[in-house]
Design a protein around this ligand. Structure first.
Ligand code: BTN
Length: 246
């Protein structure tokens, strides 16, 4: 049985769950109708207006979680959300490495996984998922954003989408623990919006360009540059298509 905290409004479901992380059991989730300070990767904000989407986070505390396989949690989130949204809409939803879901070339969903360590040991991870469901428009500073409503013309039940995604998330975390991260990268590759494309990766103050060639077993992305292959890890990297969002 999962403990789920439903909130009308919260600063950020990730922040809330991080405050609870030491005492709360594995699987605890926070689902909010709106976030006043939704957080994205790389210090960005995440627009989380009331009723516009599913904004939720789940706590992972499991002795099988290591600093190596924790990289796979973002893939567990992505695969779970793709499954839930595909079942609802029949649409082809792709994964833009490492943490975005893409529909018709635009960003539909973002994932932010944050972890707490005890020395080298991973004590907890908070996996936050934001799915744009019912937004009818986005501000001009988000030119690549889209919602399920904009793409399908339908209105979605955000609580149900969050619950469906959470149920599927458990299946993928079991897969991660039992079969390893490589199994998940094998599932992501065929639905990748990144592989085979010309990309620009920006990390640690450097920038490189090349073809996104393949996902490595540890979840990193291999980019073929004119100077040879470079593998980039998901943590602090921004990867964009050379000619647009993907
Ligand atoms: C990104 O694309 O930059 C990641 C966005 C993650 C947004 C979700 S919404 C639920 C959870 N709470 C947060 O504050 N952020 C994540």
């Amino acid at each position: 049985m999962r403990r789920i905290i439903f909130l009308d409004s919260v600063d950020s479901t990730n922040l809330k769950l991080k405050q609870l992380a030491d005492a709360a059991p594995n699987g605890t989730a926070v689902i909010a109708n709106c976030q006043t300070a939704g957080r994205g990767r790389l210090g960005r904000n995440w627009l989380s207006r009331s009723g516009d989407g599913a904004w939720f986070s789940v706590l992972v505390k499991d002795a099988r979680l290591t600093s190596l396989n924790a990289e796979g949690l973002v893939f567990c989130c992505a695969l779970a959300a793709v499954d839930a949204l595909k079942e609802l809409s029949g649409k082809e939803i792709l994964v833009k490495w490492p943490n975005d879901l893409v529909l018709n070339g635009k960003k539909l969903c973002g994932i932010l996984c944050e972890s707490g360590f005890d020395g080298d040991k991973l004590k907890w991870s908070v996996c936050g998922i934001g799915i744009n469901l019912n937004a009818e428009s986005f501000p001009p500073y988000l030119p690549y954003a889209t919602s399920m409503r904009l793409e399908t013309g339908l209105v979605y039940d955000s609580r149900q989408v969050a619950l469906d995604t959470l149920a599927r998330f458990d299946t993928y975390t079991e897969m991660l623990y039992n079969d390893g991260l490589e199994k998940l990268t094998g599932l992501i590759a065929p639905i990748s919006a990144t592989l085979g494309r010309e990309v620009r990766a920006i990390y640690a103050g450097t920038e490189l360009q090349g073809t996104a060639e393949r996902l490595l077993p540890d979840g990193s992305l291999l980019i073929r540059t004119t100077d040879g292959p470079v593998s980039v890890r998901s943590g602090e990297v921004s990867v964009r298509g050379l000619y647009g969002y993907i």
